[in-house]
Design a protein around this ligand. Structure first.
Ligand code: GLN
Length: 312
């Protein structure tokens, strides 16, 4: 391990030590499965752009990808259709609202404000080119596997738990259709969106996605160019503006790096040209962001001096 990376490993260990006794927040409860995940789990992983992997504590524990999947499907849509075409259908504006807000599609003449809240994410799913729902789903799942450099699978248990409680998202899908912003059958888009949230991932795999975004779209573990370099700034800009929902501004103010949270307890953060860091801890703040995940990544980023807005 390089001396930079052994320094990162030491700081990551420190972060876990400092945060592990924080009992703040609660597991998500609106998706029944998520309330049953052991709340004390805590993991942190870093993957560098050169492919070095650092993992601390429960970094191999698999959890539901949830909203972080929105970033991966956005990347796929950009690959297929190009940034300009996507931007005419879904915006790049922070909502300042909860992730499942219907206002996310009311404020911009019916156009979803961003692909990183539920409304924009379901519209983005519906844009993935496919002849039917299963083909669309398989493309999304395969892309999750490519980006993580691992075989990603659907959890039937998580999916079942979400599919039977997602009335709110189904309503959003119909609202999108009524404003002409849904590009497949709405219940199919909602179904595929719910599945993409219900895959299982561990923190090393999630950090690998971050490292790919930090590395011009080349997955440093497989060496494959998965995302065009020109699409990376669009993805990272969306993450800065909306990655932690209504506290994205606080995250930019405090950490200054693109992040993306999921109600499964995962939190991904990208350090361009350096790597990806992923934290996992199930207890969430009222906005749906992992409490200890934010605390750990904040500690590592500050100690390492990682902040995109810093100048000398
Ligand atoms: N599947 C979840 C939902 O749509 C994802 C939300 C999240 O992680 N913020 O409600």
């Amino acid at each position: 391990m390089s001396s930079l990376n052994s320094n990162i490993a030491a700081v990551m260990k420190q972060a876990v030590e400092q945060c592990k006794d924080n009992k703040g927040g609660e597991n998500a409860s609106y998706i029944p499965f998520l309330s049953s995940v052991p709340s004390e789990l805590i993991g942190l992983a870093f993957v560098s752009v050169t492919g070095e992997v650092i993992k601390i504590q429960d970094a191999d524990y698999k959890y539901a990808l949830e909203s972080i999947s929105k970033v991966l499907t956005l990347a796929l849509a950009l690959e297929e259709s190009g940034a300009d075409a996507i931007h005419t259908k879904v915006g790049a504006e922070p909502t300042g609202l909860p992730f499942n807000s219907v206002m996310a599609l009311e404020l911009h003449q019916g156009m979803p404000l961003t692909p990183l809240v539920n409304a924009g994410a379901m519209a983005t799913v519906s844009m993935i080119e496919a002849t039917d729902k299963e083909q669309r789903w398989n493309k999304i799942l395969d892309f999750q596997s490519e980006l993580t450099n691992s075989k990603i699978e659907l959890s039937d248990e998580v999916n079942q738990s979400e599919q039977t409680t997602n009335e709110h998202n189904r309503a959003i899908a119909y609202l999108l259709q009524s404003s002409g912003r849904m590009y497949s059958e709405p219940m199919e888009a909602c179904d595929v969106y719910t599945r993409q949230c219900s895959t299982l991932i561990n923190s090393v795999e999630l950090a690998t996605v971050g490292a790919t975004l930090a590395n011009g779209g080349v997955n440093p573990l497989s060496g494959k160019q998965l995302i065009k370099t020109e699409n990376i700034p669009h993805i990272l800009a969306e993450m800065v503006m909306e990655g932690l929902y209504d506290t994205s501004g606080d995250w930019a103010y405090d950490v200054g790096l693109p992040g993306k949270s999921g109600v499964g307890g995962g939190l991904l953060t990208v350090i361009p040209n350096v790597g990806g860091i992923a934290a996992f801890s199930p207890r969430l703040d009222p906005y749906g962001n992992s409490v200890r995940g934010q605390q750990m990544i904040k500690h590592v980023a500050r100690t390492m001096g990682w902040n995109l807005f810093t100048s000398q």
